[in-house]
Design a protein around this ligand. Structure first.
Ligand code: ADP
Ligand code: MG
Length: 698
């Protein structure tokens, strides 16, 4: 495609456009705001708004929106047109600085976890100038933070920006001790996104997919992923046309879509972008998910982002590749090649290891959702146990630091931090362990537990904050160390911290049952369900962590905790109701009709001649009748389970109840229905089968 560079970012009010269209002084003032987080004054905002409006109007745009990320996990927008009436009854197109930097959506229906009573329903939104404005569906979208009038944050962007600031502050302190004068430190993310594509006709016939995003029924198809013929397989023309259009749409929006391939399960695919700042990567991942769905419709397909749309084949996740670099672009998780760079690398590495161990609970709960509960620990995704993989080389170096014994690498040697250069850590051998939830991959960490549909904001808020906390403790200690003794202070700190936290390091197979036992012996958490994990949010140590780094107030932590629990319960409730609806309205009538036809056949055969064999029909009828009766009992049991919910008014207990009693009743109902599907003639079965869905695109 020869015009790709021209197309890239063509719908983005990016740096090039700003430089071109803003007066020099305005451009400079805006840059200052972007780089240093200084507030934007209204005069500057007026000029920027006007330039933005002119640029957008030239591209046929009539409306703008403050594009924000409320705690629903999806993005929200409310469109306003640029029109402003004139005295002679006509309109002119206007967009002021005030409208650019502040909007006031009526936000009473967004979840706030009790932070905002409906009578004061308005929140306000404020432009985040570190993320460029862009045009989507003919609307000028202004990336925005969303707060309540009380000042509490109601979105996923504000705390992310706060966490980036916290991490930067602490990392800059540590770097200073190494003589590195960084102005700021930036966390970067590349989020690999998995998804399924199925034909729209098939999708529309499944109310479970329509209402819940996943199949609540469905017997296994004769073929699944066992031949391993889909992974990196050749891409079908229809999918390829989709991927090409998706790439183009994303490029126009400035999203660095880079890699695309087929995934393990049939109908499963992946898209990976090139990494960028955490804030922009989060916006871009939201845009990517939105575009994935929109573009699918152009191809008569539906994109499923649910973590587990189909039982029996892999579900979809998201790999959050995360690193930190200085404002001059030096990656702090890159080992480097001088003793001092190595020492600095080891210290940052140790900070991450300590953070993951100290806050396993937070990392686990940040990926907790009703959908992701079906994936974690199901031999397709990391288990619910958080651990860190370093690879053989780096693992060996760490072992040697802890034990003080020589490192048995290419050259056997004792490792002296800050004095020696580290042995080479070849990048290609570091990524062998695909089962690890948190793997070092040469110059970044890959957090692999994320669900495919969720925003990457929260995992990165947590990652940034917990690493900021390790660095804070390190800086506190090292700033007190005598200057001439800095090397040994760093060395001691690294050895001590690694020794304290070595239980979190695991290079083996995370899918094995031995690891579950071993992890328990090591005292690591194994929080299998969201209901078990979420309550850790409000542990005192976590509230203190967020407060110390000014990421969340205690009130904000509680509100987020409540929203997550509430959402978890609601999702399972909708799934249970959908199951009941599909069973009562479709499955039961279908199997009853089939039974009747079988009985009629048996009777008519008998009328023709009593010695006509009808044992096949009779056996089938007997099996189906008995399963139908069982199905009916399971429906009653699920109905009863749902009635029981009201006995648990406390949200955490209610979530536990859903995760056990309600989900068990759902699983039992499904098992019977799936058995019936296998026995029932295809023309009677009310929904497309797994085979129809997973192989719908040829
Ligand atoms: P793979 O995982 O397929 O081997 P890569 O290691 O090249 O591929 O990268 C996977 C993802 O990690 C990509 O999205 C890439 O942009 C991202 N990535 C690479 N370097 C960094 C970094 N320093 N910070 C954050 N993400 C990164
Ligand atoms: Mg990867």
């Amino acid at each position: 495609m020869s015009n790709l560079p021209e197309m890239f970012g063509s719908l983005v009010f990016n740096d090039v456009v700003m430089k071109e269209r803003l007066p020099k002084a305005t451009y400079k003032a805006l840059q200052k705001t972007i780089k240093n987080g200084e507030p934007l004054d209204l005069e500057v905002a007026d000029v920027v708004a006007n330039a933005m409006k002119d640029w957008a109007i030239e591209k046929g745009v009539t409306h703008y929106t403050h594009w924000f990320q409320p705690m629903t996990g999806v993005t929200a927008e409310k469109h306003d047109s640029f029109i402003s009436p004139t005295s002679n009854g006509q309109v002119i197109m206007e967009f002021s600085g005030k409208e650019l930097i502040k909007g006031e959506p009526d936000a009473s229906s967004f979840p706030s976890g009790g932070l905002r009573a409906t009578f004061e329903a308005r929140g306000y939104t404020a432009w985040d100038p570190t993320s460029y404005a862009f045009i989507k569906d003919g609307i000028l979208c202004i990336p925005t933070a969303f707060c309540s009038y009380g000042g509490e944050v109601l979105d996923k962007k504000t705390p992310l920006l706060r966490s980036m600031k916290a991490l930067s502050d602490q990392a800059v302190r540590v770097l200073k001790l190494f003589g590195v004068e960084a102005k700021s430190v930036l966390s970067t993310v590349g989020a690999e996104q998995e998804y399924f594509l199925i034909d729209e006709d098939v999708y529309k016939k499944r109310r479970d997919l329509l209402f819940t995003g996943r199949t609540l029924f469905g017997a296994r198809a004769p073929k699944g992923q066992e031949l391993e013929d889909h992974y990196f397989g050749s891409i079908k023309p229809r999918v390829s046309a989709y991927m090409n259009e998706l790439d183009k749409e994303l490029w126009k929006l400035g999203v660095l879509a880079k890699t695309k391939h087929n995934e393990v399960a049939p109908a499963q695919h992946e898209l990976a972008p090139i990494y960028t700042s955490t804030n922009v990567a989060t916006d871009h991942n939201q845009l990517t998910m939105e575009m994935m769905k929109k573009v699918a419709a152009h191809h008569h397909m539906v994109c499923l982002l649910h973590e587990k749309p189909f039982a029996g084949v892999n579900g979809s996740g998201k790999h959050n590749n995360w690193s930190i670099s200085t404002d001059s672009g030096a990656n702090l998780l890159d080992p480097g090649n001088t003793p001092s760079q190595n020492a600095q690398f080891m210290l940052f590495l140790t900070a991450v290891i300590k953070a993951v161990d100290d806050y396993q609970d937070l990392l686990r709960l940040t990926v907790a959702s009703a959908g992701n509960d079906h994936r974690l620990g199901a031999n397709e995704a990391p288990p619910a146990i958080v651990s860190v993989f370093l690879g053989d080389e780096l693992g060996g170096i760490v072992d040697s630091i802890i034990s003080g014994k020589p490192y048995k690498g290419a050259k056997e040697s004792l490792i002296q931090i800050g004095v020696d250069t580290l042995p080479d850590i070849p990048k290609d051998t570091t990524d062998r362990n695909r089962t690890s939830p948190f793997a070092f991959t040469g110059n970044k960490f890959e957090f692999r537990m994320l669900g495919s549909s969720s925003s990457i904001s929260c995992p990165n808020i947590f990652l940034n904050t917990i690493v900021a906390e390790s660095l804070r403790q390190f800086a506190d200690e090292l700033e007190k160390a005598p200057k001439d003794n800095f090397n040994s202070a760093v060395s001691n700190l690294i050895r001590r911290t690694l020794t304290e936290h070595q239980r979190i390091l695991f290079n083996g197979n995370n899918y094995s049952s031995e690891w579950v036992e071993e992890a328990q012996r090591r005292g690591l958490l194994n929080l299998k369900t969201s209901a078990e994990a979420l309550p850790y949010y409000i542990e005192e140590k976590n509230i203190q962590l967020f407060a110390r780094h000014k990421v969340f107030t205690k009130k904000e932590v509680f509100s987020r905790y409540e929203i997550l629990l509430d959402n978890y319960c609601k999702v399972i409730n909708i799934e249970a109701l959908t199951m009941l609806d599909m069973t009562k309205k479709d499955i039961l009538p279908a199997v009853i009709a089939y039974s009747k036809d079988l009985s009629d056949t048996i009777l008519s055969k008998k009328q023709v001649s009593l010695d006509l064999p009808s044992d096949a029909e009779e056996t089938l009828l007997r099996k189906i009748s008995s399963l139908t009766s069982s199905l009916y009992h399971k429906v009653e049991a699920l109905d009863a389970a749902l009635l029981g919910v009201k006995e648990y008014p406390k949200e955490d207990e209610c979530a536990k109840y859903y995760s056990t009693t309600v989900l068990n009743a759902m699983n039992e109902l499904r098992a019977v229905a799936d058995e019936l599907e296998v026995l029932t003639a295809k023309s009677y079965w009310p929904f497309p089968s797994y085979g129809d869905m997973l192989f719908s695109i040829q």
